[in-house]
Design a protein around this ligand. Structure first.
Ligand code: BES
Ligand code: MN
Ligand code: MN
Length: 458
């Protein structure tokens, strides 16, 4: 027997796909100032959708950066109140030449929607919008109270979010926060993320002379900023994969036997993971498995590196300056500010003489571990199993969602990370995509989840 919700979703699928694609056409890249107008347009679009389906107190809230969209529906007496979080901003699109079509001209290919934001995270906001609309359209009310918080700076370290949460603490009182910004496991197995890494992102600038020098005339007599930067980077990590910054591991909570057993139990095909990546070998910190390295241990990686002549042929210079963007993924209970200070002090210490080195922060976010056994997490697991037909696995992710720790510490809320994207979604990469079957089923998952939450003993 099909339910009213199923019938509604069936008859509205064309309209739903059209609104999904319309949302994806707005180039809301938070990192690049020239897209600030598009970010606002995306916020207005989301606000318009919420308003149109009967969500109240809808507002495009100013933050000093890209706006935060708020809206609520609070008519479920004696039912829990849930904050629903997603981000409407997306990553930059470079390298543009590797996209099959323009990143903001989304299209359907097979059972996937391809376009920037299709998975991370506009697709997941869209799931919540359409789920709310479908429940209100078929039942006239929601089983729980919802407070929507859709931000526009997640891909830029959520710089203005904490202040907004502090300022709106009372309005945001709730029983639980649900973040839909994560994905399924290896092979598209339903998953609930129970761990996220934090991040500390820095830029290192090494400056020598005002302009490039002739490398014959001056080579040997002066410091080369590119060589100096290479020396600094080489000092950061040992061949065993251990980060050499003194104090870096001091606050790392070691993996317990139970943690390690949980990683080991996941159905993970390491060999396929390697071949899918097209790599000759997987590498990482000695003494840990691939999943542990990715989800349970901190890292240090160069994200970008530039200096000197990069054109064709040989140009004999000593570059005037050299630069690196470096990020550390952090685990409980590392603090991004502390790690920044440790990194800076160590880089200054190992920097060779004869050049000027500057280390600055490009943002940070705290790690988080969310409880597996919380009734709200278990209810989410039941909703996933009821709709996707398979019980979810609980995973610790390598990525970061800074707001998770903020919901816990600023608002004092338990958090459930309920995300729906397939693991091969090319998030942050060319040809980002989202499985349409996942998108469609997830709408039912959300509806089922609200019913499960409403049925929990209070
Ligand atoms: N949705 C991702 C985080 C994520 C990735 C969760 C993979 C689960 C699995 C989020 O949009 C993201 O990309 N976060 C950034 C945070 C950074 C900009 C502070 C990240 O992890 O690089
Ligand atoms: Mn995201
Ligand atoms: Mn992202």
């Amino acid at each position: 027997m099909t339910s009213d919700l199923d019938a509604y979703l069936e008859t509205t699928s064309d309209r739903r796909l059209a609104s999904y694609l319309e949302f994806l056409r707005i180039p809301s890249i938070s990192a690049q100032p020239e897209y600030a107008g598009a970010c606002r347009q995306a916020a207005e679009w989301v606000a318009g959708q919420l308003h149109g389906m009967g969500v109240e107190n809808v507002e495009v809230g100013e933050t000093g950066g890209h706006p935060i969209v708020y809206g609520d529906w609070l008519h479920a007496a004696d039912a829990p109140t849930v904050i629903v979080y997603g981000h409407y901003d997306v990553q930059p699109v470079d390298p543009i030449e590797l996209w099959e079509t323009a990143p903001f001209e989304p299209f359907v290919k097979g059972d996937r929607v391809i376009g920037r934001g299709s998975a991370d995270d506009k697709g997941q906001i869209h799931i919540h919008l359409r789920a709310t609309e479908a429940i209100l359209a078929t039942r006239g009310s929601l089983p729980v109270n919802l407070k929507f918080v859709f931000e526009g700076e997640e891909e830029s370290s959520s710089v203005h979010l904490d202040a907004w949460l502090e300022a709106n603490r009372e309005r945001l009182s709730a029983d639980l926060a649900v973040i839909s910004d994560s994905g399924f496991f290896d092979g598209n197995l339903p998953a609930i993320t129970v761990g996220l890494r934090g991040i500390c992102y820095i830029q290192v600038d090494v400056v020598g002379t005002a302009v490039d020098l002739h490398s014959g005339q001056f080579g040997g007599a002066v410091q080369n900023p590119a060589n100096a930067l290479a020396q600094i980077i080489a000092a950061l990590k040992g061949p065993d994969g251990r980060i050499r910054v003194p104090g870096f591991y001091d606050d790392v909570v070691a993996l317990t036997d139970a943690d390690r057993a949980a990683f080991a139990e996941l159905p993970f095909d390491e060999e396929r993971y390697r071949t899918d990546l097209g790599l000759p070998a997987l590498v990482g910190e000695a003494g840990y498995t691939t999943l542990e390295r990715r989800g349970g241990r901190p890292t240090l990686d160069v994200n970008g590196l530039w200096a000197g002549f990069q054109g064709e042929g040989a140009k004999t210079i000593i570059p005037a300056h050299a630069h690196a963007k470096i990020s550390c993924r952090l685990v409980t209970a590392q603090d991004p500010n502390t790690i920044f200070e440790l990194l800076r002090a160590y880089i200054m210490e190992v920097a060779p003489p004869g050049c000027v080195v500057d280390v600055r922060s490009l943002g940070g976010g705290r790690p988080s571990l969310t409880p597996t056994d919380h009734p709200a997490t278990q209810a989410a697991a039941r909703a996933l199993e009821a709709t996707f037909g398979t019980a979810p696995v609980f995973i610790r992710e390598g990525g970061s969602i800074p707001v998770c720790a903020s919901f816990e510490t600023i608002l004092g809320l338990p958090v459930v990370l309920l995300g729906f994207t397939p693991p091969d979604d090319n998030a942050h990469a060319p040809n980002e995509s989202m499985s349409l079957p996942n998108h469609e089923t997830a709408i039912r998952t959300v509806a089922t989840y609200w019913d499960e939450l409403a049925a929990l003993p209070r």
